[in-house]
Design a protein around this ligand. Structure first.
Ligand SMILES: Cc1cc2nc3c(=O)[nH]c(=O)nc-3n(C[C@H](O)[C@H](O)[C@H](O)COP(=O)(O)OP(=O)(O)OC[C@H]3O[C@@H](n4cnc5c(N)ncnc54)[C@H](O)[C@@H]3O)c2cc1C
Length: 282
Protein backbone atom coordinates (compact mmCIF):
# COMPACT_ATOMS: atom_id res chain seq x y z
CA UNK A 1 0.00 0.00 0.00
CA UNK A 2 1.42 3.41 -0.95
CA UNK A 3 1.48 6.38 1.50
CA UNK A 4 -1.38 8.03 -0.37
CA UNK A 5 -3.49 4.89 -0.26
CA UNK A 6 -2.85 4.46 3.45
CA UNK A 7 -3.55 8.14 4.23
CA UNK A 8 -6.88 8.20 2.45
CA UNK A 9 -7.80 4.60 3.19
CA UNK A 10 -8.35 4.04 -0.49
CA UNK A 11 -9.32 1.09 -2.61
CA UNK A 12 -7.77 1.30 -6.03
CA UNK A 13 -9.86 0.08 -8.92
CA UNK A 14 -8.31 -3.01 -10.45
CA UNK A 15 -7.37 -3.01 -14.13
CA UNK A 16 -9.69 -5.89 -15.02
CA UNK A 17 -12.74 -3.85 -13.96
CA UNK A 18 -12.47 -1.71 -17.07
CA UNK A 19 -10.41 0.92 -18.77
CA UNK A 20 -10.50 3.55 -16.04
CA UNK A 21 -8.64 3.75 -12.75
CA UNK A 22 -10.10 5.06 -9.53
CA UNK A 23 -10.18 5.01 -5.77
CA UNK A 24 -12.74 5.16 -3.00
CA UNK A 25 -12.47 5.92 0.70
CA UNK A 26 -13.41 3.06 2.98
CA UNK A 27 -15.44 2.79 5.10
CA UNK A 28 -17.87 5.26 3.58
CA UNK A 29 -19.51 6.25 6.83
CA UNK A 30 -16.24 7.40 8.45
CA UNK A 31 -15.68 11.09 9.18
CA UNK A 32 -13.97 12.50 6.18
CA UNK A 33 -12.67 16.04 6.05
CA UNK A 34 -15.52 18.43 5.12
CA UNK A 35 -13.27 20.51 2.85
CA UNK A 36 -12.18 17.39 1.00
CA UNK A 37 -15.53 15.82 0.42
CA UNK A 38 -14.76 13.51 -2.48
CA UNK A 39 -15.65 10.00 -1.36
CA UNK A 40 -14.36 8.25 -4.46
CA UNK A 41 -13.15 9.02 -7.94
CA UNK A 42 -12.62 7.34 -11.32
CA UNK A 43 -10.76 8.79 -14.27
CA UNK A 44 -12.69 8.64 -17.53
CA UNK A 45 -12.28 9.69 -21.15
CA UNK A 46 -8.69 10.87 -20.82
CA UNK A 47 -8.82 13.99 -18.66
CA UNK A 48 -12.39 13.49 -17.41
CA UNK A 49 -13.53 12.19 -14.03
CA UNK A 50 -16.46 10.75 -12.11
CA UNK A 51 -16.38 11.70 -8.41
CA UNK A 52 -18.72 10.48 -5.70
CA UNK A 53 -19.17 13.64 -3.67
CA UNK A 54 -22.00 12.90 -1.27
CA UNK A 55 -24.45 10.19 -0.25
CA UNK A 56 -27.71 10.28 1.64
CA UNK A 57 -27.73 8.94 4.28
CA UNK A 58 -24.18 9.42 5.53
CA UNK A 59 -24.83 8.03 8.97
CA UNK A 60 -25.26 4.36 8.16
CA UNK A 61 -24.51 1.65 5.62
CA UNK A 62 -26.51 2.45 2.49
CA UNK A 63 -27.60 -1.16 1.91
CA UNK A 64 -28.90 -1.37 5.49
CA UNK A 65 -30.80 1.87 4.92
CA UNK A 66 -32.70 0.31 1.98
CA UNK A 67 -33.64 -2.67 4.18
CA UNK A 68 -34.68 -0.45 7.07
CA UNK A 69 -36.75 1.69 4.71
CA UNK A 70 -38.44 -1.44 3.27
CA UNK A 71 -39.38 -2.59 6.78
CA UNK A 72 -41.49 0.56 7.15
CA UNK A 73 -44.22 -1.32 5.29
CA UNK A 74 -44.52 -3.80 8.16
CA UNK A 75 -43.89 -1.12 10.81
CA UNK A 76 -40.67 -2.94 11.84
CA UNK A 77 -38.10 -0.46 10.55
CA UNK A 78 -36.21 -0.27 13.85
CA UNK A 79 -36.21 -4.02 14.58
CA UNK A 80 -32.57 -5.24 14.59
CA UNK A 81 -31.61 -7.28 11.53
CA UNK A 82 -28.58 -9.12 10.14
CA UNK A 83 -26.60 -8.46 6.95
CA UNK A 84 -27.82 -11.82 5.56
CA UNK A 85 -31.51 -11.00 6.12
CA UNK A 86 -30.96 -7.54 4.65
CA UNK A 87 -29.31 -9.05 1.56
CA UNK A 88 -32.25 -11.45 1.02
CA UNK A 89 -34.73 -8.60 1.45
CA UNK A 90 -32.85 -6.33 -0.99
CA UNK A 91 -32.78 -9.04 -3.68
CA UNK A 92 -36.50 -9.66 -3.14
CA UNK A 93 -37.33 -5.95 -3.45
CA UNK A 94 -35.37 -5.52 -6.66
CA UNK A 95 -36.71 -8.62 -8.38
CA UNK A 96 -40.30 -7.81 -7.43
CA UNK A 97 -40.36 -4.13 -8.38
CA UNK A 98 -40.60 -2.75 -4.82
CA UNK A 99 -38.58 0.28 -5.78
CA UNK A 100 -39.46 2.90 -3.12
CA UNK A 101 -36.85 1.82 -0.52
CA UNK A 102 -34.07 2.32 -3.11
CA UNK A 103 -35.30 5.89 -3.65
CA UNK A 104 -34.36 6.60 -0.01
CA UNK A 105 -30.66 6.45 -0.93
CA UNK A 106 -29.32 9.42 -2.89
CA UNK A 107 -25.96 9.90 -4.59
CA UNK A 108 -24.33 13.13 -5.71
CA UNK A 109 -21.66 12.68 -8.34
CA UNK A 110 -19.43 15.38 -9.79
CA UNK A 111 -18.85 14.66 -13.45
CA UNK A 112 -16.11 16.09 -15.68
CA UNK A 113 -17.43 14.86 -19.01
CA UNK A 114 -17.85 16.27 -22.51
CA UNK A 115 -21.15 17.70 -23.70
CA UNK A 116 -21.52 14.56 -25.82
CA UNK A 117 -22.02 12.57 -22.60
CA UNK A 118 -24.08 15.26 -20.82
CA UNK A 119 -26.45 15.11 -23.81
CA UNK A 120 -27.36 11.54 -22.76
CA UNK A 121 -27.21 12.15 -19.03
CA UNK A 122 -29.77 14.98 -19.08
CA UNK A 123 -32.33 12.63 -20.65
CA UNK A 124 -32.62 10.89 -17.27
CA UNK A 125 -35.21 13.30 -15.92
CA UNK A 126 -35.38 11.88 -12.43
CA UNK A 127 -31.83 13.12 -11.73
CA UNK A 128 -31.05 16.69 -10.61
CA UNK A 129 -28.27 18.79 -12.05
CA UNK A 130 -26.16 21.76 -11.04
CA UNK A 131 -23.93 22.70 -13.95
CA UNK A 132 -20.97 24.87 -14.71
CA UNK A 133 -21.92 27.74 -17.03
CA UNK A 134 -19.93 28.99 -19.99
CA UNK A 135 -21.65 32.36 -19.52
CA UNK A 136 -19.87 33.26 -16.26
CA UNK A 137 -16.31 32.41 -17.15
CA UNK A 138 -14.06 31.77 -20.10
CA UNK A 139 -14.18 28.09 -21.02
CA UNK A 140 -10.89 26.26 -20.47
CA UNK A 141 -8.95 24.76 -23.29
CA UNK A 142 -10.30 21.37 -22.24
CA UNK A 143 -11.71 19.03 -24.82
CA UNK A 144 -12.30 15.34 -25.30
CA UNK A 145 -10.32 13.49 -27.95
CA UNK A 146 -11.12 9.77 -28.37
CA UNK A 147 -8.23 7.38 -27.86
CA UNK A 148 -9.88 5.03 -30.37
CA UNK A 149 -11.90 5.92 -33.48
CA UNK A 150 -14.46 3.33 -34.58
CA UNK A 151 -16.26 2.50 -37.81
CA UNK A 152 -20.09 2.31 -37.66
CA UNK A 153 -21.51 -1.01 -36.48
CA UNK A 154 -22.75 -2.97 -39.52
CA UNK A 155 -25.94 -4.13 -37.74
CA UNK A 156 -26.98 -1.43 -35.28
CA UNK A 157 -27.18 1.96 -37.00
CA UNK A 158 -26.55 4.03 -33.86
CA UNK A 159 -23.53 2.11 -32.57
CA UNK A 160 -19.78 2.05 -33.13
CA UNK A 161 -18.30 -1.15 -34.55
CA UNK A 162 -14.68 -2.16 -35.01
CA UNK A 163 -11.74 0.26 -34.47
CA UNK A 164 -10.44 1.87 -37.66
CA UNK A 165 -6.91 1.09 -38.85
CA UNK A 166 -4.06 2.93 -37.11
CA UNK A 167 -3.28 5.38 -39.95
CA UNK A 168 -6.92 6.43 -40.18
CA UNK A 169 -7.12 6.80 -36.40
CA UNK A 170 -4.07 9.07 -36.39
CA UNK A 171 -5.57 11.18 -39.20
CA UNK A 172 -8.89 11.47 -37.30
CA UNK A 173 -7.10 12.63 -34.15
CA UNK A 174 -5.22 15.27 -36.15
CA UNK A 175 -8.46 16.54 -37.71
CA UNK A 176 -10.11 16.92 -34.31
CA UNK A 177 -7.03 18.50 -32.72
CA UNK A 178 -6.71 21.02 -35.58
CA UNK A 179 -10.43 21.81 -35.45
CA UNK A 180 -10.32 22.37 -31.69
CA UNK A 181 -7.27 24.66 -31.74
CA UNK A 182 -8.60 26.73 -34.65
CA UNK A 183 -12.00 27.03 -32.98
CA UNK A 184 -10.52 27.95 -29.61
CA UNK A 185 -8.42 30.68 -31.32
CA UNK A 186 -11.65 32.03 -32.90
CA UNK A 187 -13.34 31.93 -29.48
CA UNK A 188 -10.52 34.04 -28.03
CA UNK A 189 -10.74 36.46 -30.98
CA UNK A 190 -14.46 37.00 -30.34
CA UNK A 191 -13.79 37.60 -26.63
CA UNK A 192 -11.06 40.11 -27.53
CA UNK A 193 -13.57 41.93 -29.75
CA UNK A 194 -15.78 42.34 -26.69
CA UNK A 195 -18.36 39.65 -27.47
CA UNK A 196 -20.16 38.23 -24.40
CA UNK A 197 -18.95 34.79 -23.30
CA UNK A 198 -22.44 33.34 -23.87
CA UNK A 199 -22.18 34.15 -27.60
CA UNK A 200 -18.42 33.77 -28.14
CA UNK A 201 -18.71 30.04 -27.35
CA UNK A 202 -20.83 29.56 -30.49
CA UNK A 203 -17.64 28.89 -32.46
CA UNK A 204 -16.46 26.02 -30.23
CA UNK A 205 -16.99 22.37 -31.29
CA UNK A 206 -19.42 21.90 -28.42
CA UNK A 207 -19.72 18.10 -28.44
CA UNK A 208 -16.17 17.69 -27.20
CA UNK A 209 -16.03 20.55 -24.65
CA UNK A 210 -15.66 19.26 -21.07
CA UNK A 211 -18.21 20.59 -18.58
CA UNK A 212 -18.20 20.02 -14.83
CA UNK A 213 -21.47 19.45 -13.02
CA UNK A 214 -23.18 17.84 -10.03
CA UNK A 215 -25.50 14.97 -10.88
CA UNK A 216 -27.77 13.79 -8.10
CA UNK A 217 -29.88 10.65 -8.40
CA UNK A 218 -31.51 8.09 -6.12
CA UNK A 219 -30.44 4.44 -6.14
CA UNK A 220 -33.56 3.19 -7.92
CA UNK A 221 -33.18 5.54 -10.86
CA UNK A 222 -29.41 5.10 -10.82
CA UNK A 223 -29.92 1.38 -11.49
CA UNK A 224 -32.29 2.18 -14.38
CA UNK A 225 -29.66 4.56 -15.74
CA UNK A 226 -26.94 1.90 -15.44
CA UNK A 227 -29.13 -0.73 -17.09
CA UNK A 228 -29.47 1.42 -20.21
CA UNK A 229 -26.15 3.23 -20.30
CA UNK A 230 -23.81 0.31 -19.62
CA UNK A 231 -25.59 -1.65 -22.34
CA UNK A 232 -23.57 -2.39 -25.48
CA UNK A 233 -26.02 -0.24 -27.46
CA UNK A 234 -25.16 2.92 -25.48
CA UNK A 235 -22.70 5.47 -26.90
CA UNK A 236 -19.20 4.21 -26.19
CA UNK A 237 -18.14 7.35 -24.23
CA UNK A 238 -21.35 7.41 -22.17
CA UNK A 239 -20.83 3.72 -21.46
CA UNK A 240 -17.35 4.39 -20.08
CA UNK A 241 -18.76 7.07 -17.76
CA UNK A 242 -21.65 4.79 -16.71
CA UNK A 243 -19.18 1.97 -15.95
CA UNK A 244 -17.20 4.31 -13.68
CA UNK A 245 -20.43 5.38 -11.93
CA UNK A 246 -21.30 1.70 -11.51
CA UNK A 247 -17.89 0.97 -10.02
CA UNK A 248 -18.42 3.62 -7.33
CA UNK A 249 -22.02 2.46 -6.77
CA UNK A 250 -20.79 -1.13 -6.31
CA UNK A 251 -18.36 -0.01 -3.58
CA UNK A 252 -20.96 2.18 -1.88
CA UNK A 253 -23.78 -0.43 -1.96
CA UNK A 254 -22.18 -3.87 -2.46
CA UNK A 255 -25.29 -5.84 -1.50
CA UNK A 256 -27.65 -3.82 -3.69
CA UNK A 257 -25.16 -3.91 -6.54
CA UNK A 258 -24.94 -7.68 -6.31
CA UNK A 259 -28.75 -7.94 -6.53
CA UNK A 260 -28.69 -5.37 -9.35
CA UNK A 261 -26.29 -7.41 -11.50
CA UNK A 262 -28.63 -10.43 -11.32
CA UNK A 263 -31.68 -8.24 -12.12
CA UNK A 264 -29.76 -6.57 -14.99
CA UNK A 265 -28.73 -9.92 -16.49
CA UNK A 266 -32.37 -11.07 -16.39
CA UNK A 267 -33.42 -7.82 -18.14
CA UNK A 268 -30.74 -8.26 -20.82
CA UNK A 269 -31.78 -11.90 -21.37
CA UNK A 270 -35.38 -10.75 -21.86
CA UNK A 271 -34.25 -8.06 -24.34
CA UNK A 272 -32.20 -10.63 -26.28
CA UNK A 273 -35.22 -12.97 -26.43
CA UNK A 274 -37.47 -10.19 -27.75
CA UNK A 275 -34.86 -9.20 -30.33
CA UNK A 276 -34.61 -12.82 -31.47
CA UNK A 277 -38.42 -13.04 -31.75
CA UNK A 278 -38.46 -9.86 -33.84
CA UNK A 279 -35.74 -11.25 -36.11
CA UNK A 280 -37.83 -14.36 -36.65
CA UNK A 281 -40.75 -12.11 -37.58
CA UNK A 282 -42.75 -12.78 -34.39
C1 LIG B 1 -29.24 3.22 -26.26
C2 LIG B 1 -30.16 4.39 -26.15
C3 LIG B 1 -30.59 5.06 -27.27
C4 LIG B 1 -31.44 6.16 -27.18
N1 LIG B 1 -31.84 6.80 -28.30
C5 LIG B 1 -32.65 7.88 -28.22
C6 LIG B 1 -33.07 8.59 -29.39
O1 LIG B 1 -32.70 8.24 -30.50
N2 LIG B 1 -33.88 9.67 -29.23
C7 LIG B 1 -34.34 10.07 -28.01
O2 LIG B 1 -35.10 11.04 -27.92
N3 LIG B 1 -33.97 9.40 -26.89
C8 LIG B 1 -33.14 8.35 -26.96
N4 LIG B 1 -32.76 7.69 -25.81
C9 LIG B 1 -33.23 8.20 -24.51
C10 LIG B 1 -34.37 7.31 -23.92
O3 LIG B 1 -35.48 7.31 -24.77
C11 LIG B 1 -34.78 7.85 -22.54
O4 LIG B 1 -35.31 9.14 -22.67
C12 LIG B 1 -33.60 7.94 -21.57
O5 LIG B 1 -32.86 6.76 -21.60
C13 LIG B 1 -34.14 8.20 -20.16
O6 LIG B 1 -34.71 7.00 -19.68
P1 LIG B 1 -35.86 6.96 -18.57
O7 LIG B 1 -37.10 7.61 -19.12
O8 LIG B 1 -35.96 5.55 -18.10
O9 LIG B 1 -35.22 7.83 -17.38
P2 LIG B 1 -35.86 8.99 -16.52
O10 LIG B 1 -36.15 10.16 -17.35
O11 LIG B 1 -34.93 9.17 -15.34
O12 LIG B 1 -37.22 8.38 -16.01
C14 LIG B 1 -37.28 7.31 -15.08
C15 LIG B 1 -38.71 6.86 -14.96
O13 LIG B 1 -39.55 7.96 -14.58
C16 LIG B 1 -40.59 8.15 -15.55
N5 LIG B 1 -40.72 9.60 -15.81
C17 LIG B 1 -39.76 10.52 -15.75
N6 LIG B 1 -40.23 11.74 -16.05
C18 LIG B 1 -41.54 11.55 -16.32
C19 LIG B 1 -42.59 12.41 -16.70
N7 LIG B 1 -42.41 13.72 -16.86
N8 LIG B 1 -43.81 11.87 -16.88
C20 LIG B 1 -44.04 10.55 -16.73
N9 LIG B 1 -43.08 9.69 -16.37
C21 LIG B 1 -41.86 10.18 -16.17
C22 LIG B 1 -40.13 7.46 -16.83
O14 LIG B 1 -41.21 6.96 -17.58
C23 LIG B 1 -39.26 6.34 -16.30
O15 LIG B 1 -40.04 5.19 -16.03
C24 LIG B 1 -31.91 6.59 -25.90
C25 LIG B 1 -31.47 5.89 -24.76
C26 LIG B 1 -30.62 4.81 -24.86
C27 LIG B 1 -30.19 4.10 -23.61
Amino acid sequence: MTDREARYNMTIRSAEDGRTTGWIRTPLASHYEPHQNTIGECQVLGSGAVRLIETLPRVCCLDAWVARSARQSTARSTTPSTPERDARLIAYLLHNGHTSPFEQVVFTFELDVPLLVWWHIVRHRTARLSMESGRYHKLREWYYAPSVWYAPDPQNKQMSGEPLDEDTQRACSEILQRHWHESYALYEQLLEKGVAREQARLVLPAWCVFYRGFWQIDAHNLMRFLLNRTDRAAQVETREVAQAIEWLFARAMPVTHDAYTRWRDAQYAMRAELAEERRRGG
